[in-house]
Design a protein. Structure first.
Length: 268
């Protein structure tokens, strides 16, 4: 394992964790969601490693141990271009190995828009989990546009993230989770969703879309519309009955993570 601070496109230092081995059959860049951090994907990453899939993880700017104003974006392209820097690193450092991209929630937003903005990267495929692509529930797009972009709003996502009590309990105690977020982040993502709605046909990568049926934060309808809108010829979608938002942390997480692993291994 290697931990490092890596300068992104504008000089912002991002906390990056690389866990790769010479025997890896593939590599996956993992992109976390709003108000959380890469460390919440330790269990998923461990299962990937057991299947000879190396991982690159990073904290979004303004999250975890990365630099930047806490949970703030001035433009949705910042999140996409941060992902771009880590993807380029993974491709350059692993010549000859297939590279995949996986994103959950806001990370799903990031990888979905990334695949649309950067359609010609040497990526073997993209996996999304509970991806925010249309905001049917109006989680972020209904915010008053007159609010100060830099003010702090209380993070009340905790109870809805998972049906597993231990996961919910630890969510609010995790020192690297952020208990507030800014309207600026919401404004930036809302503009990104509008751009995605107009350009999603340019998404052509092989893609696996996963979503919990009882996700009360990001509706599974987002993923259904995402599935219909992209131009990918290799696209699969799976909805998990009774699962909440964080399907990689749910009671059947091994099944869900296994689905992602098998999809990746079948495309090597």
């Amino acid at each position: 394992m290697q931990e490092m601070m890596y300068k992104s496109f504008d000089g912002t230092n991002l906390y990056v964790k690389k866990e790769t081995d010479a025997s890896d059959r593939a590599v996956t860049v993992i992109v976390h969601g709003l108000c959380e951090h890469q460390g919440r994907y330790d269990y998923l990453a461990d299962l990937f490693h057991k299947n000879k899939i190396g991982t690159y993880r990073f904290d979004h700017r303004g999250h975890g141990r990365s630099e930047g104003e806490r949970t703030y974006y001035s433009d949705y392209n910042e999140i996409l271009d941060d992902v771009h820097e880590i993807v380029k690193m993974a491709i350059q450092e692993n010549p000859g190995k297939p590279v995949f991209l996986l994103g959950h929630s806001m990370g799903g937003f990031a990888v979905s828009l990334y695949g649309t903005k950067y359609p010609d990267m040497n990526l073997r495929g993209i996996v999304t989990s509970g991806a925010l692509t249309y905001d049917h529930i109006k989680l972020i797009s209904a915010l008053d546009e007159n609010l100060d972009p830099h003010m702090l709003l209380k993070n009340e996502l905790g109870d809805g993230v998972c049906s597993v009590k231990e996961v919910v309990d630890w969510y609010s105690k995790d020192p690297y989770n952020t208990q507030t977020f800014t309207p600026g982040l919401c404004f930036a993502l809302t503009k990104g969703l509008k751009w995605f709605d107009e350009n999603s046909k340019n998404f052509k990568y092989p893609v696996l879309m996963l979503h919990g049926e009882k996700d009360a934060l990001v509706s599974f309808k987002d993923t259904c519309k995402f599935f219909e809108s992209v131009s990918s010829t290799d696209k699969q979608m799976k909805l998990y009955g009774n699962l909440f938002h964080e399907i990689f942390n749910e009671y059947c997480r091994d099944e869900v993570i296994g689905d992602a692993i098998n999809w990746i291994l079948n495309r090597i």
